[in-house]
Design a binder for this molecule. Structure first.
Ligand SMILES: [Zn+2]
Length: 633
């Protein structure tokens, strides 16, 4: 039996729970149910009760005390400080009366939780406040601070939103008998990723990005208008990861009538906020027209329903969502949708790395069921084979070493999220093992520092080796080889030998282009391309050998800059899979899909990958185009 309403849920709870628990109310909280009790101690006396309840409701259940039984915040604060050992490094204890929760931020959440949750249990039994445990990043992060503060400040609004959402998710519908998808962006191209999934009952977007390499409206944003899609009719948006080509357009939806949930992992929420606020900043500096304002980003953040990998969540009466590790950047995920009771299962990969990196485990290949797979093709052409990571790391360090010895400086334009952290780990490891011969500073500019700080708040998303280092206060991102650029870029660009990591990754703006202007003419310097360069970008033009770049001179007039510095491309650091990895992913994915649609790649690459997959896996495969609509069931 599916329990669809609060009265039904309350009735079921009354029949399972001993009356002494004092059930005061049950409430929807998005996909979850929150249960409020007058006597929480009685509840914890029966260890099997929580399992019984979750089994009956078939939802995630949150247990809280009735407001009448709460200790005053002052008393509770003192008690919590008594209960939690000082080694836990609590940095902030704040109360959310709307949810009867106490938010405890600490450097070692494991010690706040205690063995088998024993410390947590003590907190709730004594203070009656339900503890919500958050990790304090080892490096300060304004983004995380801001998001947490806003979460507390807007608790009242958030509560109303979650309750209405929960009701909608639980209201029964007439069973769907068809599923249709429409490609709205990122098909036969890289940028503005967006897929509309439709049933008779629901309209859901997976990703909603921009193309950061162009400002032309017709190429920069997904085809929402072409569909006559009323944004207030959308039921949900699901985000695979925080890169702007996957999430940069979501605040626009809020600016024009969307008011529903945004599902993503917790690190995706934080990185997404960082990159979207920066996007507006960059547009403002370039006097370009922004498609939305800061308040729409804040609106989006207050509508995020964060979910971890492998958690199955009802996002409508008949659609279940599960995120799976994609191996691409922090928090990146593949989206699995189970639609109807067994009607259809689809997986949308977003960007995937099915290979070795220092930061993340390779993309997951095992799913409960899957009929249709949408798969990225960034490096999908036959020639797109990357060297091994070992060779890549060696090549990079050889080139850097040479340049430093010749008294040059190295500029590596990087995405602030993803490649920066991967390359920081390579440089840090090299410095550790070659300390006596490698003694140059590595400058970190732009948002790389803030993005790295966010990584330290989510060590469980990183590989065990990196995780261990962060947990034991030896975070590689805080190594002494890294120096944060605070002031004079010119002094660094023209100073002693050094390595400079700076966004943007495709030299389309940000500090990297500033450094390029100051470094390009000196033949002793080196420019290293370590990530994807889109066909429209400045990076691609220089990579292809363009020796003069248009620039604005000191008098404001158009001038040109000679590229005399060495230019090299180090393939293999990519957070994307190369051709072999993509084919292996398609071969290894379990169970075998009935059909595979390729996307997220230049036209030839999407076609080439689809051909390869059809030939090698004998699975029907082809590349979709933007505005293609397909009935899946
Ligand atoms: Zn990406």
């Amino acid at each position: 039996m599916f329990l669809n309403s609060i009265p039904e849920i309350s009735k079921a709870l009354e029949s399972i729970m001993p009356p002494e628990c004092g059930l005061s109310k049950a409430e929807f909280e998005g996909p979850d149910v929150a249960i409020y009790l007058k006597n929480i101690r009685a509840f914890y006396e029966d260890e099997n009760l929580i399992r019984k309840i979750a089994g009956t409701l078939r939802k995630r259940v949150i247990i809280r005390s009735d407001p009448s039984s709460l200790m005053t915040p002052e008393e509770a604060l003192a008690k919590i400080k008594e209960i939690v050992p000082p080694e836990a490094g609590m940095t902030e204890i704040r109360f959310s009366p709307e949810f009867c929760e106490v938010w405890i931020e600490s450097l070692k959440p494991g010690l706040v939780i205690g063995k088998g949750g024993s410390t947590l249990k003590q907190i709730i039994l004594i203070t009656k406040w339900a503890p919500k445990i958050l990790r304090t990043p080892t490096m300060p992060s304004d983004t995380i601070k801001g998001i947490r503060a806003a979460g507390l400040k807007e608790a009242d609004k958030r509560k109303k939103f979650l309750s209405a959402l929960g009701k909608k998710i639980s209201t029964p519908v007439v069973k769907s008998d068809w599923v249709k998808v429409t490609a709205l962006g990122g098909f036969k191209e890289v940028g503005r990723s967006c897929l509309l999934v439709q049933t008779p009952n629901n309209k859901i977007l997976i990703d909603c990005g921009i193309n950061p390499e162009t400002s032309e409206g017709t190429r920069a944003y997904p085809y929402l208008n072409a569909m006559n899609l009323a944004l207030d009719e959308l039921d949900a948006v699901i985000v695979t990861h925080a890169h702007l080509d996957h999430c940069g357009f979501i605040p626009y939806l809020f600016a024009y009538g969307f008011d529903g949930p945004v599902y993503c992992t917790p690190p995706t929420r934080d990185l997404m906020a960082l990159l979207q606020f920066d996007y507006l900043d960059v547009l403002a500096k370039g006097n370009a027209n922004p498609p939305y304002q800061e308040k729409h980003i804040r609106q989006e953040l207050s509508h995020v329903v964060a979910r971890e990998y492998d958690e199955v969540t009802d996002i409508s009466p008949e659609i279940k969502l599960t995120f799976h590790n994609a191996g691409h950047i922090l928090g990146s995920s593949m989206v699995h949708l189970h639609i109807g009771e067994g009607l259809h299962n689809l997986v949308y990969t977003g960007d995937i790395k099915y290979g070795y990196t220092k930061l993340f485990e390779p993309a997951n290949t095992s799913f409960p069921r899957i009929e249709t797979l949408f798969m990225e093709s960034t490096y999908g052409a036959r020639g797109d084979i990357m060297p091994s990571r070992q060779d890549t790391d060696r090549m990079l360090m050889e080139r850097i070493h040479q340049t430093i010895q010749n008294k040059g400086r190295v500029l590596i334009p990087v995405f602030s999220v993803g490649r920066s952290q991967e390359i920081m780990l390579v440089l840090e490891e090299y410095a550790l093992t070659h300390g006596d011969t490698f003694e140059c500073p590595v400058y970190i500019d732009g948002m790389i520092l803030e993005a790295s700080a966010i990584h330290t708040a989510y060590p469980e998303y990183l590989k065990p080796a990196v995780q261990r280092r962060i947990l034991s206060n030896r975070s590689p991102f805080e190594s002494k080889i890294f120096e944060v650029v605070k002031g004079d870029r010119k002094a660094i660009a023209e100073g002693d030998p050094a390595v400079i990591l700076a966004p943007s990754g495709m030299l389309s703006g940000g500090p990297s282009i500033e450094y390029l202007r100051m470094m390009a003419e000196d033949p002793k310097n080196l420019l290293v391309f370590a990530g994807y360069q889109s066909s429209l970008s400045m990076g691609r033009r220089i990579q292809r050998g363009q020796k003069e770049i248009p620039t604005t001179g000191p008098d404001g007039r158009l001038a040109s800059l000679k590229v005399n510095m060495n230019v090299t491309t180090v393939e293999g650091f990519s957070g994307h899979s190369d051709r072999n990895q993509l084919i292996n992913f398609a071969k290894n994915i379990k169970p075998t899909p009935e059909r595979i649609f390729t996307m997220h790649g230049d036209e030839a690459k999407c076609d080439d990958l689809a051909n390869g997959i059809s030939r090698i896996t004998r699975c029907e495969s082809r590349a979709l185009m933007n505005l293609d609509a397909i009935r899946l069931k």
